[in-house]
Design a protein around this ligand. Sequence first.
Ligand code: XMP
Length: 319
Amino acid sequence: LWTAGNIVADAIERIRAEVGTSQVLLGLSGGVDSSVVAALLHRAIGDQLTCVFVDNGLLRLNEGDQVMALFAENLKIKVIRVDAEGEFLRNLQGEADPEKKRKIIGRTFIDVFDEQAGRLQGIEYLAQGTIYPDVIESAAAKSGKAEVIKSHHNVGGLPEEMNLKLLEPLRELFKDEVRKIGLELGLPYDMVYRHPFPGPGLGVRILGEVTKAHANLLRRADAIFIEELHRAGWYHKVSQAFVVFQPVKSVGVVGDGRRYAWVVSLRAVETIDFMTARWAHLPYELLETVSSRIINEIEDISRVTYDVSSKPPATIEWE
Ligand code: XMP
């Protein structure tokens, strides 16, 4: 019988049987899949689990602190937080090409993760949040974006010289099943039903060169958009919503003065499988509130636009 409780009980038994008294390492991103794996493994093997959470400086507002509050403080899971913002931004300096940015972020992630993993003693397993659609996708796609996603998100980070065995307890599950298990394990609803966030993070939402200043502006604008979507009851009606930073300046007026400042775009889509998507028909009043809050509260942004492109031909992310 498929119930979240049965699946969890069964998974715990299998994990204990396989792992025994060994130590397990998990790269925790704060996304649904790796979070559920963390909670599941902690339930099964407690302190034999160590998580590494890489803060790449491309996370949403306060996201790093939220991940630590939930997993380390609340759930008492061993989490090593690595502050790697400097390293990521240094490596990204001067690069504006989307695919190169993705590669740099992926490679830096692996370097940072490997370095941390190398310091840990006696690890035998590397756990990953691979879910069933990932298994199908990597079997089907040997090239293109899907492979980039895999190499960064799931398969990457395996420190080769450590010779770790793979542990993928969600391998047979679909996303909605993973979410139900997350709730069963006591993860908060808001984190289990959060919109997906790409591995390269804000790196693919800051067009052109990624700088700390642009990341900070984008984080503030994005937080306003998400807050207003929640307030209006629209957050869970759309599949994904975010703000994109454009390295373009536009003129505005504030009081008697002129303001020459940055442009951002709001993006919100409805989709079942993320392969095709329709731009969300958000109410004008909501767009108006978000736009005036962003322009009024963030001095360096002078203009807000709404992206009305569907996929295909546009992708969901802008890069
Ligand atoms: P696109 O932009 O291709 O996005 O329409 C489809 C879904 O995939 C996410 N996405 C990524 N996820 N690494 C990831 O882990 C990536 O490089 C990446 N690119 C896009 C995107 O957020 C959307 O949910």
